[in-house]
Ligand binder design. Structure first.
Ligand SMILES: [Zn+2]
Length: 251
């Protein structure tokens, strides 16, 4: 999920594992061109790692690359999309008990981002499913105050973390932070919350839904994680960003 230069020629890796969650592991000498560990330290690769574990620290001993997802390097859009999702997954799994559901979701997400013509949308949607898996799903099935079903375009309240019906007692104050969600957006979000992983990214959407959903997803992420994520800004302001965080290789 991340790789940093460490000591002289080492690399420090953040690796999302099915059994141990997010771990830090040192790959000795991996910055050296001749190192057999070097291919294992490329960002966003699916690998089989063999670790040496000593004094509560992981050291990469050996391993093999199963899938390097080379298509991620095809465009700045793909690379930005996967970098954004990785940052969110890393932030969330760092403080969560290990659970293979995060690893599975990440694996499906990286693959889909690498293949998709809409990598940024996939990236944003993955963060909603991730939040839901961690217990922070928005309430979209009915009015979150009176529980009555709601039809058509609705107002989503960030304070209540759910949709509101138009009734007087439920409407909320006009000053409250809220966003309109179209019917299409609600359908997309419900699909992402409920679909099995192998069908998670199987849908078609209109441009209107992409725009409405994207706006919601960025606000919802910021609200739940209490953090502003900046990587996607790169796509709007490509000349104002530091590109060094997007490098995939060692040197
Ligand atoms: Zn209501």
């Amino acid at each position: 999920m991340a790789a940093f230069p460490y000591r002289d020629r080492d690399r420090m890796l953040h690796i999302l594992t099915p059994d141990y969650g997010l771990i830090s592991a040192s790959a000795r000498g991996a910055c050296s061109v001749k190192s057999k560990l070097r291919p294992l330290t490329n960002l966003f690769s699916l690998c089989n790692f063999e670790f040496f574990y000593q004094k509560e620290r992981f050291y990469v001993d050996d391993g093999e690359v199963i899938e390097a997802f080379l298509d991620l390097s095809d465009s700045i859009e793909h690379l930005t999309a996967v970098s954004h999702a990785a940052e969110v997954f890393r932030d969330l799994t760092r403080n969560s008990p290990p659970d293979s559901k995060y690893f599975d979701l990440w694996a499906y997400t990286v693959y889909e981002i690498s293949q998709s013509e809409h990598p940024v949308l996939i990236s944003r949607l993955s963060t909603l499913r991730l939040l839901a898996e961690a217990g922070y799903a928005p309430h979209l099935d009915s009015c979150c105050i009176c529980q009555r079903p709601v039809r058509g375009e609705v107002s989503f309240s960030f304070r209540s973390s759910g949709i509101l019906c138009g009734r007087r007692d439920c409407k909320g104050k006009p000053t409250e932070d809220s966003i309109r969600l179209s019917e299409g957006t609600q359908a997309l979000l419900r699909h992402i919350l409920a679909a099995p992983l192998n069908r998670l990214y199987r849908f078609t959407v209109s441009d209107d839904v992409v725009e409405n959903a994207s706006q919601f997803l960025d606000l919802y992420l910021c609200e739940k994680m209490e953090k502003d994520y900046k990587k996607l800004d790169l796509l709007e302001f490509p000349f104002e960003m530091d590109l060094s965080g997007l490098k995939r290789n060692c040197d």
